[in-house]
Design a protein around this ligand. Sequence first.
Ligand SMILES: [Zn+2]
Length: 59
Amino acid sequence: MALIAVICPYCQSDEAVVENGKSAEGEQRFRCQSEASQGRTFILNPSYPRRLPAIKQQG
Ligand SMILES: [Zn+2]
């Protein structure tokens, strides 16, 4: 269904990812239908925090 290969952040597969409307911010939301991901939704966003080191900014 999705025209682009969207990798699910939960199971690292694009096999079961479908579009799932837009978020409140207007970002495309996806849902993974695989059993491993249990239908969880996620948003594909370049600024999405992934595996960032624990940086705490102070002041
Ligand atoms: Zn998944």
